[in-house]
Unconditional design. Structure first.
Length: 187
């Protein structure tokens, strides 16, 4: 190639010219470092995944052991007991405090009034009392005492008649407010 048609384009001896520019291989090194970093992260994640899988296997084994230890009959009995206790608690929270109601009726009753029968009907919220008293004045005071209490909603007086010994026999129905007797107010 030295001589083509009398024109020499290239010199006969060649010299290698090397030009070094700083940072010429920077992208190659950065790529290699990124590749190594990706491989290290992948290896770390694979190791972490293996550890998590081991933990899951141990937890599964623990769950299987716990499942084997369970007593289904006892659990069913405990659930039944829990439901029964909930019903009992509801019943206890909503029952009428008869001691409170009877104490209130006793406190409102005049000393000259003597009960011969006493019936209480919780569903209807009523007391039915058959009693004796000395005269109409005591009977009027007795009715006024019952009317004065806010837990008694209504009074029905019936069958008032004079006995042969001069005393009065009467029947009185008291309708009480259940909400005043249902819960213990001291709590």
């Amino acid at each position: 190639m030295a001589d083509q048609g009398g024109i020499q384009l290239l010199p006969e001896s060649r010299r290698k010219i090397e030009i070094k520019t700083p940072g010429e291989n920077r992208w190659v090194y950065a790529g290699a470092a990124a590749l190594v970093l990706v491989f290290l992260i992948a290896a770390g994640l694979a190791f972490y995944r293996g550890g998590l899988e081991d933990q899951v296997a141990k937890l599964d084994a623990n769950l299987v052991n716990l499942e084997k230890k369970r007593d289904k009959k006892v659990e069913a009995n405990l659930l039944t007991l829990n439901k029964q206790l909930a019903l009992t608690a509801s019943l206890l929270n909503n029952h009428i405090f008869w001691s409170k109601a009877l104490a209130k009726v006793e406190a409102l009753t005049q000393p000259q009034v003597q009960f011969s029968t006493f019936n209480a009907i919780a569903e209807e919220g009523k007391f039915e009392i058959k009693a004796f008293t000395l005269n109409y004045t005591v009977l009027a005071r007795q009715i006024a005492a019952y009317v004065s209490d806010d837990s008694i909603k209504d009074i029905d007086l019936s069958n008032v008649h004079v006995l042969t010994n001069g005393r009065l026999e009467f029947t009185i129905r008291l309708t009480f407010d259940k909400d005043k007797f249902i819960k213990d107010e001291s709590k």
